[in-house]
Design a protein around this ligand. Sequence first.
Ligand code: NI
Length: 167
Amino acid sequence: MALLSILRYPDARLHKLAAPVTVFDEQLKCLVGDMAETMYAAPGIGLAATQVDVHKQVIVVDVSERRDSLVVLVNPDIVEASGVSDIEEGCLSLPGIYETVERAERVKVRAYDQNGTPFTLEAQGLLAVCIQHEMDHLKGRVFVEYLSQLKQQRIRAKLAKQLRKSA
Ligand code: NI
């Protein structure tokens, strides 16, 4: 397994549309393993393939405190959503930025695992929010894009400053 480098916002590649996975092969299993390792090392609670510049519909999530509940979602599709959640979100592509975005409180998701086995997952709270956040990445959408233009400008300025400091 290997650590993958994570694209930083505002990188244009974060806006690419991810294609559905059609072949469940060793390469996919390798990608899922590397993504999980990268997410745990960051550390983060979710990672979309888009963020590691692979434009396939693959996400990994683990919102557990013990970091032992990995959820792999390939070609995820939300089939039911209800309620309103306003949990503060962060993103490995925007380190240090935390904002609240309106999301569904509960979602029912259909997806495949890395072996191509279909399953349905019912999630609520943080897990539901995290899945919606990661699925947005697959559509080329970053969570701060729900905020006002002014707020987005401030965030871009803050991230640019961070980059200059670390350079
Ligand atoms: Ni993110």
